[in-house]
Design a protein around this ligand. Structure first.
Ligand code: SF4
Ligand code: SF4
Length: 335
């Protein structure tokens, strides 16, 4: 059911670098209220006018039931340390651990949204063997659980909505809020890791401007080169959910467009991998991480075939930083 009043939300920062807030501020339409009158930011921990006592009064009012809140947005991992107390991060002005505050607020609201892979899965903060006991809201890495527990559901019946990404695309954050405000996000609209399927049903590989190079396995050896980044440069976009190459950041950019291999930031545990970023792990010269739903034998056979058919233009351009050989439209008439 769509909301009659503007959908109100509160944004809290747990153990976060602030990158998700920075991403959200780049959204168009704005996730602040002017361009999107049906959603209303009640308070944001980093940039609200209300701070200090006023901010903690808002939190208390929600907890006591005097202030109705629709969405609770959490950015950053939840710190359960030391020894499960949560005292590594105390809530602003309330004298209690952040993990308790978040759990108490979560019980009061219609929807809880994890903004970014830290809030969703523990992300970078959980890293390799975190001493801070960092977890996500409803996941600990790829394992269901986290702060709230696997079976937890908000008042609306939805589990935590995981807008994964490091940072998530601004459009994913705003579109999720607009769908929630419209009552148009049901449990079936989330994938197996509770990511909204409107972006998670794509792969970051889709729409990459290096796709012609990928087709022919014409590969870059250096980030400044134009070829596909999968074979040598560690690109995991064929395994990473996300439409980040179809809806570019700020209307223009994407990781791979900028020469930076996809590190699969939407996937649980991406920051805990023992494999280095920006380098393709291989066994006998064959990348270990193959595209999802592609049998290894087929990949090897097709890669060999496509490499043998690579046009010289594509092979040459793959290792150049600019187009060295343009396509020649005069060589053949379009049919
Ligand atoms: S660089 Fe990555 S995203 Fe782009 S075509 Fe290659 S594998 Fe796909
Ligand atoms: S291209 Fe990969 S690393 Fe970049 S935002 Fe998309 S999923 Fe994350």
């Amino acid at each position: 059911m769509p909301h009659k009043a503007p959908y109100s939300f509160l944004w809290l920062q747990a153990a976060s670098c602030g990158g998700c807030t920075a991403a959200a501020l780049g959204s168009d339409p704005s996730f602040l209220d002017r361009a999107t009158p049906n959603i209303k930011s009640l308070a944001h921990q980093a940039f609200s006018e209300e701070c200090g006592v006023e901010f903690s009064q808002i939190l208390s009012a929600v907890l006591e039931g005097g202030l109705v809140l629709d969405g609770l947005l959490i950015e950053g991992a939840i710190l359960n340390g030391p020894n499960g107390t949560g005292k590594f991060q105390m809530a602003p002005g309330l004298g209690q651990p952040m993990n308790r505050l978040i759990a108490d607020l979560a019980a009061k609201v219609l929807h809880v949204v994890a903004v970014g892979s830290c809030a969703a899965f523990g992300g970078v903060v959980a890293g390799l063997g975190s001493r801070t006991q960092a977890v996500g809201l409803q996941y600990d890495g790829g394992e269901a659980g986290g702060l709230l527990g696997a079976g937890w559901r908000s008042r609306s019946g939805l589990p935590v909505v995981n807008v994964a990404g490091c940072a998530p695309h601004p459009g994913w954050i705003v579109e999720t809020l607009l769908l929630l405000a419209d009552g148009a996000l049901a449990p079936d609209d989330l994938d197996s890791f509770q990511r909204p399927s409107f972006f998670a049903d794509h792969l970051a590989h889709h729409g990459c401007n290096r796709n012609e190079y990928y087709e022919y396995k014409a590969s870059a050896h250096d980030p400044s080169q134009q070829g596909c980044l999968m074979e040598n440069m560690g690109c995991r976009a064929t395994q990473a959910p996300g439409d980040c190459n179809r809806r570019r950041w700020n209307g223009a950019g994407s990781c791979t467009n900028a020469g930076f291999a996809c590190i699969a930031c939407t996937v649980p545990g991406f920051a805990s991998s023992a494999d280095p970023f920006l380098e393709t792990p291989k066994l006998a010269g064959i990348p270990v991480g193959l595209p999802v739903d592609m049998p290894k034998a087929w990949f090897v056979a097709l890669a060999a075939l496509s490499k043998s058919a690579t046009p010289s233009r594509v092979r040459r351009n793959a290792t150049e930083s600019r187009i060295a050989v343009p396509p020649d439209p005069r060589s053949r008439k379009p049919k």
